[in-house]
Design a protein around this ligand. Sequence first.
Ligand SMILES: [Zn+2]
Length: 163
Amino acid sequence: MLTTPRAWEVIGTVPDPEVPVISVVELGIVRDVAVDAEGAVAVTITPTYSGCPAMYEIEKDIRTALTEAGASSVTVRTVLSPAWTTDWIGPEAREKLRAYGIAPPGRAEQGGLITLTRARQPVTCPWCGSRDTELKSEFGSTACKAIHVCRACRQPFDEFKAL
Ligand SMILES: [Zn+2]
């Protein structure tokens, strides 16, 4: 019989499709997990970025993992408020992002709608730590990441977009 702590563990093994080195739990998008007496699981998630196509994949992967772990049914509910902020990414996951070559998102500002303001601010290069970086494209390998290039070490890197 699936318990709530076990369901959290199972979801904790689901990698983020964007960045497979961190799980969707580490990314901070799983807001709530509840298992009822019949083993039906209700999962509440908040997308990192509106219009991020990876969210559909995440939902499917969570469903599959929980079903394989013995859930009688899985309901995934998407909640947009409060909006996900990069503050929900834990320190360990930030370090994994940096090691993977993705600039750990900066602290989100109040209010949530920060894409445009953040895009104009310098982003720290995850390879050499230089702040002399340049935004190359608002859309990286996926709609949820932006591509930057470091002027100091000339390495390209992805940045997680926050909302
Ligand atoms: Zn660099």
